[in-house]
Design a protein around this ligand. Structure first.
Ligand code: ATP
Ligand code: MG
Length: 388
C-alpha cells in the first residue's frame, strides 16, 4: 500500500496573520532535512493544516523518525497508509495491516476534514466493529488504549496508522533570526542552545578555547556537541576562538587580583561574542547561566558580567534547577558527551577562591588598562570557523 508521512504542527497553528510564514519555514525544514539525509527529492505538501510527504517504497521508519523528531514546530507525526474513504474498503485495508502481536486493548480514532454523511464517531464504531469481526480478539478501550488505530479522512482518502510519534514542539527552525551561543563543553550551554533553537532561533556557536595552553580535548568535545545540535536547525556555524593568550595575560598581570579573573574572562568572552553578533547580524547572545548555580553566577556576578556588552543576553536556563537541565541534556543526547571530564579553558587559569560579588566599576577600571581592542581583534582574526 502507498505510504505517506503526515505531520501535524502545534503552536504555529495558533498564529494568525503570520501562520503562512511559519508554515513555509517548517515545510522547508522538513524538505531540507529529509533530502539531506536520504538523498532524494521529497515533495512536502501543505494540505488543510498538515503536511503530507509521500514515502518511497521500502522506507525504514526508524530512520525517518530520527530526522523528523528533531524538527521544531511539529506536534506529532505518523507513517500512514493511504486507504479508501469508503467505510467497508477502509475497514478491510485496516484489517490487512493489523499488528501480529496482539495488544491488550485498542480503539479506532477518526478525524475528518471533509464533508461526509457519517459522523466521526460513527466511523469509529463501524471500523471498530469490522476490526473485531475479523477475529482481532482484543478489548476495546476508549481511554488509554494500547493500540490506537488513527484514521484521518480528507483529500478524498482514508489515511490510517497504528502509531503516532510525538514531535519536538517549539517554533519552526530559522523563524526568529540569529543568536550567538557562548558554548562550553559543559552540560548547560548545549541545553541553552537547544532551547533557543526550539523557539525558532538560528543559533551560531562561539567557543573560547585554551589551546595551545590546554590540550585539544575540550575543543573536540564542543565540536561533537555542536554536531548533535546541528540536526535541529538548517546549517550550523561554529567559531573556535583562541582565548588562552588572553587568560594568560590576565593571570600574569600583577595589577589584577586573582579572584576577579573568572568574571573578567566572562566579560571579555561576551565582548568578543558581541562583535560576532554584529558581524553575523544576530539579535543577541545566549548563555547557559543559571541563577546561583556556581560562583560565577551569583546575582552580583551575573549582572557584572552582562554589563560588559550592549546586546541582549538570553540565558534560557536562568530559573532552572540542575536536575531539570540534566534531564533535557540526557533526552537530546548531549549529556553523555558533556559530562566527560575535560580541562576547560577557564579552569587552567582559574583563581583558588573566586569573587562572589563582583563590582562593575572595579572591573571596568581593570579593563581600561588592558589592550582589549587588540586582543579582540587577534582572537577574531585567529578564530577558526566550521560549518555543520
Ligand atoms: P556550562 O555547563 O555551559 O559550561 P557552567 O555551569 O559551567 O556552564 P560557567 O562556567 O559559569 O557555568 O559558564 C557560564 C556560561 O558562560 C556557559 O554556560 C557558557 O554560555 C559561557 N562559557 C563558559 N565557558 C565558555 C567557553 N570556554 N566558551 C564559550 N562560552 C563559555
Ligand atoms: Mg562550564
Amino acid at each position: 500500500m502507498k505510504r505517506i508521512l503526515i505531520v501535524h504542527y502545534g503552536e504555529i497553528g495558533l498564529k494568525k496573520a503570520n501562520k503562512p510564514y511559519f508554515v513555509e519555514k517548517l515545510r522547508k525544514q522538513l524538505k531540507y532535512k529529509l533530502e539531506k539525509k536520504f538523498r532524494e527529492v521529497f515533495s512536502v505538501k501543505h494540505v488543510l493544516s498538515r503536511f503530507m510527504i509521500e514515502l518511497p517504497e521500502g522506507f525504514v521508519e526508524e530512520e525517518y523518525v530520527k530526522v523528523v523528531e528533531r524538527i521544531f514546530g511539529i506536534k506529532n507525526f505518523k507513517f500512514s497508509f493511504v486507504g479508501s474513504v469508503d467505510l467497508e474498503k477502509l475497514g478491510e485495508q485496516i484489517v490487512a495491516e493489523l499488528p501480529e502481536a496482539r495488544p491488550e486493548s485498542f480503539r479506532v480514532k477518526v478525524k475528518r476534514s471533509m464533508i461526509l454523511d457519517m459522523r466521526s464517531i460513527d466511523y469509529e464504531r463501524e471500523l471498530g466493529a469490522i476490526v473485531l469481526r475479523s477475529g482481532f480478539e482484543v478489548a476495546v478501550k476508549m481511554k488509554a488504549a494500547e493500540l490506537i488505530i488513527d484514521v484521518e479522512l480528507f483529500n478524498q482518502d482514508g489515511y490510517f496508522s497504528m502509531k503516532k510519534y510525538k514531535g519536538a514542539g517549539g517554533l519552526s527552525a530559522n523563524s526568529q533570526g540569529k543568536l550567538i551561543c557562548l558554548m562550553s563543553s559543559g552540560i548547560d550551554s548545549p541545553v541553552a542552545a537547544y532551547m533557543m533553537m526550539r523557539r525558532g532561533a538560528r543559533v551560531i556557536f562561539a567557543h573560547f578555547h585554551g589551546y595551545p595552553y590546554t590540550d585539544k580535548d575540550e575543543m573536540e568535545q564542543v565540536q561533537e556537541l555542536v554536531e548533535i545540535l546541528s540536526d535541529y536547525q538548517f546549517d550550523t556555524k561554529l567559531y573556535l576562538i583562541p582565548f588562552g593568550f588572553i587568560q594568560k595575560a590576565i593571570a600574569t598581570n600583577l595589577e589584577i587580583p586573582g579572584k576577579v579573573r573568572t568574571v573578567l574572562y566572562r566579560r571579555i568572552m561576551l565582548k568578543i561574542s558581541e562583535q560576532i553578533s554584529r558581524k553575523e547580524k544576530a539579535n543577541g547572545l545566549v548563555t547557559g547561566e543559571s541563577f546561583g548555580q556556581v560562583a560565577s553566577q551569583t546575582p552580583q556576578n551575573i549582572f557584572a558580567i552582562h554589563d560588559a556588552v550592549n546586546v541582549p543576553i538570553l540565558p534560557p536556563l536562568i530559573g532552572m534547577d540542575k536536575d531539570e537541565v540534566i534531564a533535557i541534556a540526557e533526552r537530546i543526547g548531549t549529556f553523555a558527551i558533556s559530562k566527560l571530564p575535560c580541562k576547560d579553558a577557564c579552569s587552567s587559569f582559574m583563581p583558588k577562591s573566586p569573587e562572589l560579588k563582583a563590582n562593575v566599576h572595579e572591573l571596568r577600571r581593570y579593563e581600561e588598562n588592558l589592550p582589549l581592542a587588540e586582543w579582540m581583534e587577534k582572537a577574531l582574526s585567529d578564530a577558526e570557523v566550521k560549518m555543520y
